[in-house]
Write a new protein. Structure first.
Length: 305
């Protein structure tokens, strides 16, 4: 049975398989690209807060429109997610709230509001069939052709924007003081990065859900750091691992019936992270074991009892 389903997947006998595969790959690529700058700046969990912050926007959009209109739900998610990301940015700049505390507050409050709204919707007669719970864990197989091409357009624009601002983003990531000294508006750039994060989260929640989107923002870049010591190398590895995780996650989800695409993508990305952790040339466990005798000899300790 599994071999038969694998054959169906690779031959694209059903249109929804191609759309699910393409969407999953694009989500992995976009999350890997945006997540690189978040991880290197120490804002890894900001993606988690933004993902959870989209839930009240999705539920609120349903309450306003009265039915599950995809465009309205995504707009609601974008507004709510952007509000959550900006709230974290504002709180973390103050002297009284640490960034990790700001992230925890926003994540808890926004997600709590979203759960309350979902519970209220499920009690409504029209809400029982809303299917909004799929936004929690994602459902790539439910992506329509219009949603797919919209995702492609937004994803390409987002990648192009980051490519255009790559150099100032790199400078701000590694030395914000120097970036300011040469005239880069780091405040505007940070707001743009938060906006990019919000867009990346919104286009990803259909495939991986609000709960697991943070994993796709964090795991591929974290693996990339073990594989390259340069920013461009980390970006390339992160995008590659994200895209492969999307493709393999979609495959696993289709072959093994009942496995959602989002969790499958995260598990595949975690597998790649484990390989990078042990075998990566920049801090990997295996490389540290290999280099340890060399360091001992260079320090004059080789051969001593």
């Amino acid at each position: 049975m599994y071999i038969e389903r694998a054959g169906e997947f690779f031959y694209f006998q059903y249109d929804f398989v191609a759309y699910a595969l393409g969407a999953s790959v694009l989500v992995g690529v976009v999350c890997g690209l945006v997540g690189t700058f978040l991880v290197l700046r120490g804002f890894s969990l900001l993606g988690d807060a933004t993902g959870h912050a989209t839930l009240p926007g999705v539920a609120g959009a349903f309450l306003i429109t009265g039915y599950q209109h995809p465009a309205a739900l995504l707009v609601g998610a974008l507004v709510s997610g952007a509000a959550g990301a900006l709230t974290v940015g504002i709180f973390s700049r103050g002297p009284r709230v640490r960034p990790d505390a700001a992230i925890g507050i926003v994540l808890s409050v926004f997600f709590g509001v979203g759960i309350v709204l979902l519970a209220a919707i499920q009690d409504m007669e029209s809400g029982r069939q809303a299917g909004l719970d799929q936004f929690l864990f994602g459902n790539a197989a439910a992506i329509t052709p219009d949603q797919f091409w919209g995702l492609v357009a937004v994803g390409v624009l987002l990648c192009a924007a980051i490519a255009v601002f790559y150099r100032p983003l790199a400078m701000m990531t590694f030395d914000e003081g120097y970036a300011k000294s040469i005239g880069i508006n780091t405040t505007a750039l940070e707001i743009g990065l938060l906006a990019a994060l919000s867009v990346a989260v919104v286009i990803s929640i259909q495939a991986v859900g609000v709960i697991l989107v943070a994993a796709m923002l964090i795991i591929p870049p974290s693996a990339g750091r073990f594989l390259s010591g340069k920013l461009l190398g980390v970006v390339i590895w992160s995008v590659t691992i994200g895209g492969l995780s999307g493709a393999l996650g979609a495959f696993v989800s289709y072959v093994f019936e009942g496995v959602a695409t989002g969790p499958a993508m995260v598990l595949v990305a975690t597998f790649f992270f484990g390989l990078a952790l042990f075998f990566g040339p920049h801090g990997g466990v295996a490389w540290q074991w290999i280099r340890r005798p060399d360091r001992a000899r260079n320090s004059g300790g080789g051969g001593r009892p």
